[in-house]
Each structure stands twice: as C-alpha cells, then as structure tokens.
Design a protein around this ligand. Structure first.
Ligand code: ATP
Ligand code: MG
Length: 408
C-alpha cells in the first residue's frame, strides 16, 4: 500500500543523530570512562560545526545539533571509537506513528533519486522494548507492507540492499532512519594515554600517528629541524601535517628541536656509514626526554621494516636501544602502497609529497650501514659529548600548540 499522501510528504530535519560504538562497549570495567571520553571528543569535534547537546544513554550516544544535522553527522562519523552514525527522526513507540514516519522517509528518499530503475530496499527493525506488541520481524513486515509503493519503484531485497530503513523501538520513543555513515572504529583518543610521535616531513610518520590515535593514544609531536642547512619550508610543512591530523585530535603540541649541531658532531666524529643510525639514536634520546615532561608513555615512529637502509632489523635494534621508553611502530609491517592508501584517506599525502628537504638529506652518507652493530654505535658515541648535545638541543627546543582550525 502506498503512503496516505500523494507525492512526497514533507520530512523536515532529523530530530537527533544516533551514534553507535562497537568495541569500547566490550571493555566492561571502564566502559563508563570510555563512553564519557567518546562524548567529550564528539562535543569537541562538533564545536566548529554547530552547537550540539551530546547525551549518553544505554550503550548509545545521541547528539542533538542546533542546525546542520547532516554535516554534524558526517563530522561525528570521523571520531575514533564511532562505528556508525545515523541522523534519525523520533516518534512515539506506536505502530501508526512509526509507519507514518517510515513512509515519509521513504517517499522523500525516492523523490531525491535520479535513477529510474527500482531501488533494492529492506526495513530492518530492532526493539529493546519487549513490551512492544510486534517482534522485530513482524514489525519489519508490518511497516514494509504499508509503505512500499510498488515493484516498479522499490524491490525488496533482504541481503545487501541499496536502501535500508532502520527502526529502533526503545521504551516510549522510536527512532526511524535511512542513512548510516561509517565511522573509523578504534577507541576514543586519550583513553589509552599519551604518546609522542617523531614526525618527519615524509609519508609514513603521519600515518603511524593516525594509527596510534585510532587505538586511543593522545599524540604530541616532535620534529627535528636542520636549520640553517634546510629552510623554513620544512617547519611549515610539519605544522600543516599536525593541523591535518587535528581532525582526529583537535589540539596537539608540536616540539621543534634544532638538530644541525648534532648532525655536525656526528659528521665530524663518527664513521660516515653510521650517520643515519646515529642521527636516529639522538632523536630517540631527545624524544625520550620530552616524553617524560609530557607524561607520554611511548614514542611513535613511522619506521617500516626494510623500507630504507636505516630500517633493517639490525639498524632498528641499534636505534631502539638508545631509549628505555617503548617505541611503537604502527606501520612496521605495511607495504608502501598500504601506507599511501591511508595517507590519502586521512589527507596527509598531498602535504607529505611537497618537495621539502628534511634533516635526513643533510650530510647523507653515500653508503649507509645496512647491518649496524650496537657496539659500533656506542664506540662512535664515546667520542662525542652526547649529554651536552642532547641538553643544548633541548634548550633550543620550541613548543607550539596547534589546532585543526589553523590557530596556534
Ligand atoms: P617518513 O615518511 O615518516 O619520513 P621514512 O620512510 O622517510 O619515514 P626515515 O626518514 O628513515 O623514514 O625516518 C624514520 C622515522 O624516523 C620517521 O618515520 C620518523 O618517525 C622519524 N624521523 C625521521 N626524520 C625525522 C625528523 N626530521 N623529525 C622527526 N622525526 C623524524
Ligand atoms: Mg623521512
């Protein structure tokens, strides 16, 4: 049977946005804490889109935006911890009200379609209110029978249809919706503590940072800068990357460490072949000291096994041995193509490929060591004032707080 009114009924804006989250609900002991963090992160993410109330209730979060509901829903769907998001209409848990709203929603979606062939469609109902007179499949059938306009427009298809009209019957209220925006999954940023990412101008470290954030880490960034051997363009590029990553974390500290003096000391006092590995060991030492003042429990790097000479198992072992903080390497086993795919998706790829020299290009060895030995690193460092170099670099370090909107 077609809906009562001829032509599409006026639908109006959705009443709220339904946010579903997956994995974090499994963390029984600290579920409340995780939900609170997710609600807080949602509020923060929406701040620049619209005023919005964010409310937690029985394993769901509801957002009531003042305006721009669809935009707010798409923004909410970018927040880590979110599984799916649906703008929804709220009606009384009453068969007639539900059916009327479902009809309006389907009519309006059909009116917006441009293709002439029939759309595959199903109704999917859930009820947490067991007192509701129909069970889920009876409700699906009841609504479908009353709202379907006919096989020339809509054909029922239970598996993988193009359109799914969702109905969730709660106690007194029922939600009706069509859209489901996929969230990124993961865990709310900040719920697993803090980490410091060594951020270069390359493609890999922003992706490593994003993956660490996805698992609930709140990131700070440290970048080593080789002025005067490389120009200000490098700093601009790193800032741009941090701001792009701010879509997931909104605000982050960026530490810029002057690194040229350390590179000069290594150039002058260590075997040429060990330069890159020794640069990295110094980076880890300095990052460890910053991580202690920032309460970061780990360092994050974009190192990837076998991608370049400095990233063999032996060299990574030499590099990791310079610090006692855990070093997380989220892209360690990824192929370059896999890393690039994520970089494109998160919007850092185009920034990373801007041609700006970074510190690794300064005094680059012609034949870098492939299988470095820790005793050779230690012997080379004996010739240098490691502590003095680290301390002077820390003294010259600048910190800025960057946010996604471009503020500093
Ligand atoms: P990326 O694409 O992240 O630059 P890469 O493949 O170019 O990585 P390397 O240049 O060997 O690899 O650097 C390995 C890791 O060391 C980087 O992913 C980053 O975490 C860290 N790193 C390298 N250079 C810098 C730098 N100038 N400042 C901060 N971290 C750096
Ligand atoms: Mg690099």
């Amino acid at each position: 049977m077609a809906s009562a009114q001829p032509g599409p009924a006026k639908l109006g804006e959705p009443d709220l946005i339904l946010v579903r989250y997956g994995e974090l609900a499994l963390k029984k002991g600290n579920r409340g804490e995780f939900e609170k963090a997710l609600a807080r992160n949602l509020r923060q993410a929406l701040a620049s889109t619209t005023k919005a109330e964010v409310e937690r209730q029985h394993g769901r979060i509801f957002i009531r935006p003042e305006r721009r509901c669809e935009k707010a829903a798409r923004r909410a769907a970018e927040v880590f911890g979110v599984k799916t998001v649906s703008p929804a209409w709220v009606v009384a848990s009453d068969l007639e009200a539900i059916t009327a709203q479902a009809a309006k929603l389907l009519d309006s979606a059909l009116a917006a379609r441009t293709q002439s062939e029939p759309v595959s469609f199903r109704v999917r109902a859930r009820r947490s209110n067991k007192a509701f007179p129909l069970n889920s499949s009876e409700l699906e059938r009841h609504v479908a029978e009353r709202i379907l306009p006919g096989p020339e427009t809509v054909k029922v298809q239970l598996v993988d249809p193009e359109m799914t009209l969702g109905i969730e019957v709660r106690d007194r209220k029922t939600f009706v919706f069509l859209d489901r925006f996929e969230g990124p999954g993961g865990l709310p940023v900040g719920t697993l503590g803090r980490a410091l990412c060594l951020l270069s101008g390359g493609i890999d470290s922003p992706v490593a940072s994003w993956l660490a954030m996805k698992r609930g880490l709140h990131m700070g960034y440290v970048s080593f800068h080789s002025a005067p051997y490389i120009g200000e363009g490098f700093r601009r590029k790193v800032r741009e990357v941090v701001r792009a990553l701010g879509r997931w974390q909104y605000k982050a500290p960026l530490f810029t460490v002057p690194f040229a003096d350390i590179q000069v000391a290594i150039r002058d006092q260590a075997p040429e072949r060990y330069r890159t590995v020794l640069y990295r060991r110094m980076m880890q030492r300095i990052a460890e000291r910053i991580s202690a003042t920032e309460s970061c429990g780990a360092l994050v790097t974009g190192e990837c096994l076998g991608q370049v000479a400095s990233q063999t198992l032996e060299n990574l072992t030499c590099i990791g041995a310079a610090t006692s903080v855990p070093v997380l390497r989220p892209v360690l086993t990824f192929d370059k193509e896999e890393i690039i795919q994520i970089a494109r998706r998160i919007g850092t790829f185009d920034i990373s490929i801007q041609p700006e020299p970074d510190c690794c290009t300064v005094f680059q060895p012609s034949r870098p060591v492939i299988r470095g030995r820790l005793e050779d690193c230690l012997a080379a460092e004996e010739q240098m004032d490691v502590e003095g170099l680290v301390q002077r670099a820390l003294d010259g370090t600048e910190m800025e707080l960057l946010d996604h909107e471009g503020g500093a």
